[in-house]
Design a protein around this ligand. Structure first.
Ligand SMILES: C[S@@+](CC[C@H](N)C(=O)[O-])C[C@H]1O[C@@H](n2cnc3c(N)ncnc32)[C@H](O)[C@@H]1O
Ligand SMILES: [Zn+2]
Length: 560
C-alpha cells in the first residue's frame, strides 16, 4: 500500500498526521507515498528489511517518503537531494539519551551553585539552547524538540538551500509544538558559530566525514559547561589508512594497531582539546563511542586558563613495535613542583630503546592522543538508567544499551588495549579463551576489562613483558611448531617466562555483564548498515572489508 505526496505538500499533510491516520507499527519506520492512487494508502516498511524503500523513486519526481524515527516524521525527497541515513538512528538515540542526562545534570549543578550563594535570590536557569549545526533534513533537531523534556530553542543550520527548504517543510509537518521550538537558517555553520560566541548550551556536529573544519568555531559558540556532541565518519583516515592526511587534519599520527578505533576516539579528543586550549578552554569527555562506521564523542567545554595548562598531562605518544605489536605510551608533559607551586614541563623520553625489548624490531610512533578517561563513569550509569526507564522511546534501545554496557565496564585509566587474536597470531599459537586470559592477568595482580570497540580486547594495566610471559606459559602447555629464527614470535618464545601464569579462574574473572548475560556486541540489523552517499549523489552504502570483518568477528567470536 503506498500513498504519494508531490511537492508542494498537499494541505492534508501540512499538519502532523494523527497516529490513527498513519498506523505506524514501531517507533522507526518508513512510509513511501504515491499520488497515482486517489485514495491515500499507507505502507509500513520494516526498517529491518532490505527492501530499499527509502531509495525507491526516481530523481526529480517530487515524490516523498515519510520517514518516522522516534516521535518525528520527516518527508524525504526520494531523489536523495537531502541527506538521510537510517543507520544513524543509533547515533541520534544515543544523543537524545546524553542530552536528557545533560539537562538533569545541568539543573542539579545550578541548584548546587545557588545553594552556595549567600544573600542573593534564586536565579532561574534558562532552558538549554541547542544548535544542530549541520542539520540536513532536520531530523535530529525535530527529535530533540519533540522528545527531550526541558529543552529550549533548537536552531538548525545548513548551507544547502534544498536541505533548508526540506527542514522547513519537516518542521511544519511535525506540528505546532515543533514549530514553536525549532528555527532554521541557511548559513555556513562556521560563520554562524563564530558570530554567536558562548550562545549555545549544546551543539550537535554531524558532518560528512571529518568535523575538523568546524572545531575552531564550535569551541567558541558553546557556553561554559556546554555540551558538544561530535561525529567523525572519516574512519579510514583516523584508523591509519592515510597517516599524512590524519596528521594534517587532526594533528596526530594514527597507528594501525587493533586498538585503532579507540585510538581514533583519542585522536579526535586530543584535537578538540587543542582547539579548546586556543581559547583558554578545555574539554571534559562524558562518553566516547565507536559504533557502526563512525565515532561520536560527547564532551563538555569549560573555560579556565589555569586548568588548560595541564593539558599536556592528558596527552601521550604511542610507540608500537612493527614486529610484535607491543606498544608503550609516553606522556607529553610532567608535573614539576617548586617552592609550593606546581608547573608543567615537557615529559622525559624516550621511554623505549631503539629496538623492541620483546622482539628486537623498530617502533612506529603515533599520537599525540588523549590519555585521560574518555568516558565519565558517573554519567554513564545515569545515561543507562535513563534509557532503560524509557525503553519504548528509543528505537535503537538494544544497540545503544549494549554499547553502554561495554562502555560502563572499561578501565578508565588504561588507554588502548591488546587484542587476544593478534597476540596469538604473532606467536602462531592457538588462543586461550578470553576468560583464561582475564584470569591469568587477574591472578598475576593486574586489572583487566574489555573495550566496547572490540570483543577481543584486553584492556589491562599489565606491562607488555607480563602479557608475553602469560603467552609463553600458555605455549608451554600448548606447544607451537618451530618457525624462522628471525620471526618476532620465535624471538619472544626464545626467552623463558619469569612469571608463572595461573589460568585458573578466580571468583571475579567475569565482568558483571557476562555474569548477567547482558549483550555487549550486537550484529548489524540489516545489510549495508553503513555510511551513505552525500546528498545529491546516487544512494550507495557499504562498510569497508576491514569493518565487515570486525563486525563478523563480534558476532562469531566465542568470548566466554
Ligand atoms: C551528514 S549531513 C547531516 C545529517 C543530519 N545531522 C542527520 O542526522 O540526518 C551533513 C549536512 O551538513 C551540511 N553542510 C556541509 N557543510 C556545511 C557548512 N559549512 N555549514 C552548514 N551546513 C553544512 C550539508 O549540506 C549536509 O546537509
Ligand atoms: Zn616487538
Amino acid at each position: 500500500m503506498r500513498t504519494l505526496i508531490r511537492a508542494p505538500i498537499p494541505l492534508r499533510l501540512r499538519r502532523r498526521p494523527s497516529k490513527s491516520n498513519l498506523s505506524f507499527s514501531s517507533s522507526f519506520s518508513t512510509t513511501t507515498t504515491t499520488s497515482s492512487s486517489s485514495t491515500p494508502n499507507t505502507t509500513i516498511c520494516n526498517p529491518n528489511s532490505d527492501d530499499g524503500c527509502c531509495a525507491a523513486a526516481g530523481e526529480g519526481t517530487g515524490d516523498y517518503t515519510i520517514v518516522k524515527e522516534g516521535e518525528a516524521d520527516i518527508l524525504m525527497d526520494s531523489s536523495n537531494s537531502v541527506f538521510y541515513n537510517k543507520a544513524q538512528v543509533n547515533n541520534r538515540d544515543l544523543s537524545i539519551a546524553v542530552l536528557r542526562t545533560f539537562i538533569s545534570r545541568r539543573s542539579e549543578e545550578h541548584a548546587a551553585m545557588l545553594s552556595k550563594m549567600v544573600g542573593s535570590g534564586p536565579k532561574d536557569l534558562k532552558a538549554p539552547r541547542v544548535l544542530e549545526a549541520l542539520a540536513a533534513s532536520g531530523l535530529r533537531a525535530l527529535r530533540y524538540a519533540r522528545e527531550v523534556d526541558g529543552i529550549g530553542e533548537v536552531v538548525a543550520l545548513d548551507n544547502n538551500k534544498v536541505a533548508v527548504d526540506a527542514c522547513k517543510k519537516n518542521i511544519e509537518f511535525n506540528g505546532s509544538h515543533v514549530s514553536s521550538k525549532v528555527v532554521v537558517h541557511e548559513a555556513d555553520a562556521r560563520v554562524y558559530m563564530l558570530t554567536h560566541p558562548k550562545e549555545f548550551d549544546v551543539v550537535d556536529l554531524d558532518p560528512y566525514g571529518s568535523p575538523v573544519a568546524f572545531l575552531d568555531s564550535v569551541v567558541q559558540t558553546l557556553a561554559d559547561g556546554g555540551l558538544l556532541m561530535c561525529t567523525a565518519t572519516d574512519m579510514a583516515v583516523l584508523s591509519g589508512g592515510n597517516e599524512g592526511v590524519c596528521f594534517s587534519k587532526y594533528g596526530s599520527y594514527p597507528l594501525k594497531g587493533k586498538y585503532n578505533h579507540e585510538m581514533a576516539l583519542r585522536i579526535l579528543l586530543a584535537c578538540l582539546e587543542s582547539h579548546a586550549n586556543r581559547h583558554k578552554r578545555y574539554i571534559v569527555p562524558i562518553l566516547s563511542v565507536q559504533m557502526d562506521f563512525y565515532i561520536r564523542v560527547f564532551v563538555r567545554i569549560f573555560t579556565s586558563a589555569s586548568a588548560m595548562k595541564c593539558s599536556t598531562l592528558k596527552l601521550l605518544y604511542v610507540y608500537q613495535c612493527v614486529g610484535c605489536d607491543s606498544f608503550h605510551m609516553q606522556s607529553l608533559g610532567r608535573v614539576v613542583s617548586k617552592n609550593n607551586s606546581v608547573m608543567y614541563a615537557p615529559g622525559f623520553g624516550p621511554i623505549v630503546p631503539q629496538e623492541c625489548g620483546d622482539c628486537g624490531k623498530k617502533f612506529s610512533m603515533g599520537g599525540p592522543i588523549w590519555s585521560a578517561p574518555i568516558h565519565d563513569h558517573d554519567w554513564v550509569p545515569s545515561i543507562m538508567s535513563n534509557i532503560s526507564a524509557m525503553k519504548d522511546r528509543y528505537p535503537a534501545y538494544e544497540r545503544i544499551s549494549a554499547v553502554l554496557t561495554s562502555v560502563s565496564e572499561e578501565l578508565l585509566d588504561v588507554p588502548l588495549f591488546v587484542n587476544a587474536h593478534s597476540l596469538c597470531s604473532t606467536l602462531k599459537c592457538t588462543s586461550p579463551t578470553m576468560a583464561m586470559f582475564r584470569s591469568a592477568l587477574i591472578n598475576a595482580g593486574y586489572r583487566v576489562s574489555g573495550s566496547h570497540v572490540d570483543p577481543l580486547a584486553l584492556k589491562t594495566d599489565a606491562p607488555m613483558n607480563i602479557i608475553w610471559d602469560i603467552m609463553r606459559c600458555w605455549i608451554k602447555i600448548h606447544p607451537v611448531k618451530a618457525h624462522a629464527a628471525s620471526q618476532p614470535g620465535t624471538i619472544i618464545l626464545s626467552r623463558e617466562p619469569i612469571l608463572e601464569a595461573n589460568f585458573a579462574q578466580p571468583v571475579d574473572h567475569l565482568s558483571k555483564s557476562r555474569v548477567k548475560k547482558l549483550p555487549r556486541f550486537l550484529p548489524n540489523p540489516e545489510r549495508y548498515w553503513g555510511p551513505k552517499s552525500k546528498a545529491g549523489r546516487q544512494v550507495k552504502c557499504n562498510l569497508s572489508p576491514a569493518d565487515e570483518d570486525r563486525n563478523r568477528a563480534s558476532i562469531e567470536t566465542p568470548i566466554s
